[in-house]
Structures are given as structure tokens and as C-alpha cells.
Design a protein around this ligand. Structure first.
Ligand code: ZN
Length: 422
């Protein structure tokens, strides 16, 4: 194994250079010059869409913008009108984003089709490449808008949601050149898709730690989010003896330690995070009387997550009761685990081996468009190593060798793809 995790027989193709060149071109299209931000339905989002549509056409695809602003390209199979293998990712970003989250998967898919087209290769199925218009949900606080429209599960009430400037999604769509009354036209049916496969940066440090450029995703972990409130008694930091205190922040600290300990000792991919905390009244010389904190619990299997959440809740209840703190705990968000289809994982693993890499399987702790696509198709994901696991940050980076490795595996999967039998 050399440092890219490849055996010496594998060699770089031209795909990596082509993809990385376009990553930088696309990454230059931003609302602010100093920080990358390409938010759903902005002017820059439209410029990016037109650039991607051009690349799709260059790659031999028929390309159009669909009813919600997804960029869609189609490369016909050995006869027109066949069901498709759909490849894609998203082209919106968070604010102060990196260049790779989303675009790497989209540009890798386009590069694969361009390669087939250059060789005049047609397959017994069509290939469609889709760039979802909104995955991150930055503008209207509702994620997966592009893929939900394709899956036919778009929630029409989001059209009335307003961004920070007070502009409704409906008005933003009109400005972008779309008709909000026709979102339904973006919906696809199960019969049109053979599978949905997404290549994406890992957004975590595991592949780097394993010294391997690609990983086969087993599932997109489900998540439960909770809001907790502990109420004790505020008091003077100098006069109330320790034994008589009901310090809500000290109680929260014990809860945080307990959640970390519980998740750390789990071997089945459980992760737990307390990401926000607010202590009141919030003064140096006052014992905190009220504390609110958030909890985010994820696992790659739903029954495991449900049991873990129940266990964690019991531990927090015990801490609150021992410390004579009142506890309010509510679930604010829950989404199910999306398993990657075993038959697709097997074909991805074959492609990984054929390119000379070892097969490494891992769950995705982050959400992806597959969470919406599962409603109309089996889904699979291939992760590509990113430097330090850093994502949603300008330092996000993928080595060209790794981008190339990911694209070669994807191309190999496409060329050898067999639809699910039955
Ligand atoms: Zn992403």
C-alpha cells in the first residue's frame, strides 16, 4: 500500500484532474468573495446551475433545469427511454463553506459520463446525473428541498417560508426563473429509477485514520434531537453552602459527562453531542438556577438508537432527581435511518476491489439526499476521504489522487452495473 491506500498496480486516470479543476471553478461562484456561500435560489446559484448544465451537455447528456432548480442530465442507454441509474449530489452550500461537499459527487458523476461518451460507450440502461438545488436547507430552514421534490415528497407549506431578508421561497423561485406552482413536475417515479448512487466526501476522519481513499456507506444514520431544561435554585455564589445548592449547571455538566461516557462505550456507531448550552441568570457570582441544553443522538440502526435514547433519558432523569433539579425533556426532531441497499453495496465493493483498494464499510453520521431518494429508489453511497475530516469549513480538502480514486470506482460501478433482479 502506498500513501493513497492504493496497491501499486492502480494508477491515476485523467478524471481526478478534470474534477478538481471544475471544483475550483464552481467554488469561485459565491455570493461573497471572501467566504464561499452559494445559497438556494440566489443569483450565484443560478450562475452555477448554468455552468453545470453546460458541463452536462459537453459530456453528451441532454440537460435541463427541473421545476425546483435541480440540474438534470440524461445520457441515453443503448436505446432511448430506458430506466436510469441516477447519480448525483447537491450544488448548494452552507455559508463559509468548503468547495467539495456536494460538488465532488456531482462533478465525479459528470466526469464518468463524459468518459463513456468519449469512448462512444452506451449501456443497457440510461444514466441520469442530478445536482440537487437545495440539500443544506440554509435559506428556508428546511433541508433536502431538491431531492424531496424529485421523490414527490416536497412539503408545499415551505413555499411560504421566508429567508432572513423576508423573501418567501415562492418569490425567490419566481426571481430565479421557476414556477412555484409546478414543483410537482420535478417528481419522478420508482419505475424510472434502477438505483440512486451518490459519491460524497466523508466529512469525518475515519477514512484518513484507516489510510484508505474510499469507503462503502452502510446506512445514513437516523437521528434524535432533544431539548433539555434543568431548573434548580439560583443563589449567591458566596453565601450558599455547597451541600445546600441546587446548581442547574453543575447538574448539566454531569449529564454531559454521562452522555459522553454512554456513547463512548458503545461499539455500534452510536454518537451523542450536546452542542448548545445556556445557563441563567448567567453571572460570575450567581449559582445557575436554570440551564437549557440540546442533545443530538445518532446511530446507524433505529432500534439501537431508540434504546440508547431511552437509556440516556433515564440517566439524565436520575442525575436530576439526585440533585433535586426539575427536568423538562422533549424530542424536537427525529429521522429514521436510511439503509444503503445490500445489493448496491455489494456492487460498490466489487468496484472498489477492481480498482485495487480494500473494502471498508462505514455509516454516514451526516444527512444526505439519499434520505429523500429512499422513497422512490434503493440508494447507495461511496465516501471519499477528506483532509482531517474537516467539512462545512473553507479548509475542506480532497487530494486529487483521492478524487480520482472515487471517480474510477464510480465509473467501474456504472460500467458493471446490474439492475436488481425481480
Ligand atoms: Zn453534502
Amino acid at each position: 500500500m502506498n500513501k493513497t491506500g492504493a496497491s501499486p498496480k492502480t494508477k491515476r486516470s485523467g478524471l481526478g484532474d478534470e474534477i478538481v479543476g471544475r471544483i475550483h471553478q464552481l467554488g469561485a461562484i459565491s455570493e461573497t468573495p471572501e467566504h464561499l456561500a452559494r445559497i438556494f435560489l440566489s443569483g450565484e446559484h443560478r450562475i452555477a446551475a448554468d455552468l453545470i448544465l453546460g458541463w452536462m451537455r459537453e459530456a453528451g447528456m441532454a440537460a435541463h433545469l427541473d421545476a425546483i432548480g435541480n440540474v438534470c442530465g440524461r445520457y441515453e442507454g443503448d436505446r432511448p427511454g430506458l430506466p436510469c441509474l441516477m447519480l448525483g449530489s447537491h450544488y448548494d452550500t452552507v455559508r463559509d463553506a468548503g468547495k467539495w461537499d456536494g460538488p465532488l459527487g456531482l462533478l465525479s458523476a459528470i466526469a464518468c459520463v463524459a468518459d463513456l461518451d468519449r469512448r462512444g460507450r452506451r449501456l443497457p440502461f440510461a444514466i441520469e446525473v442530478i445536482g440537487f438545488a437545495d440539500e443544506e436547507g440554509v435559506r428556508f430552514s428546511s433541508t433536502l428541498l431538491g431531492s424531496r421534490a424529485v421523490a414527490g415528497t416536497f412539503d408545499q407549506s415551505v413555499l411560504d417560508a421566508r429567508d432572513r431578508a423576508g423573501i418567501s421561497m415562492r418569490d425567490a423561485m419566481v426571481t430565479f426563473g421557476l414556477d412555484p406552482d409546478h414543483i410537482g413536475a420535478a417528481a419522478r417515479t420508482r419505475g424510472e429509477l434502477l438505483a440512486y448512487v451518490e459519491l460524497h466526501i466523508e466529512q469525518g476522519p475515519v477514512l484518513e485514520q484507516k489510510n484508505i481513499p474510499v469507503g462503502v456507506v452502510t446506512a445514513i444514520s437516523g437521528a434524535t434531537r432533544l431539548a433539555a431544561k434543568l431548573t434548580g435554585m439560583a443563589g449567591h455564589a458566596g453565601t450558599v453552602p455547597m451541600a445546600l445548592r441546587r446548581d442547574a449547571l453543575a447538574g448539566a455538566a454531569e449529564c454531559i459527562g454521562a452522555v459522553e461516557e454512554f456513547c463512548r462505550t458503545d461499539a455500534a456507531g452510536l454518537v451523542g453531542t450536546i452542542g448548545t448550552i445556556d445557563a441563567r441568570p448567567g453571572a460570575t457570582n450567581v449559582i445557575p438556577g436554570r440551564v437549557s441544553f440540546s442533545l443530538d443522538i445518532r446511530a446507524p440502526a433505529d432500534p439501537h438508537r431508540t434504546r440508547a435514547v431511552a437509556d440516556i433519558v433515564r440517566r439524565i432523569e436520575a442525575i436530576a432527581s439526585r440533585r433535586h433539579l426539575a427536568l423538562q425533556l422533549e424530542i424536537t426532531h427525529e429521522n429514521r435511518t436510511v439503509p444503503c441497499a445490500p445489493w448496491l453495496q455489494a456492487q460498490l465493493a466489487e468496484a472498489v476491489v477492481a480498482e485495487g483498494f480494500g473494502v471498508f464499510e462505514l455509516p454516514s453520521g451526516a444527512g444526505h439526499d439519499g434520505m429523500a431518494m429512499i422513497d422512490i429508489s434503493d440508494v447507495a453511497m461511496l465516501f471519499v476521504r477528506c483532509r482531517g475530516g474537516v467539512s462545512h469549513h473553507p479548509d475542506e480538502h480532497v487530494e486529487t489522487d483521492d478524487a480520482d480514486a472515487g471517480a474510477r470506482v464510480l465509473l467501474r460501478l456504472v460500467e458493471n452495473f446490474r439492475a436488481r433482479e425481480g
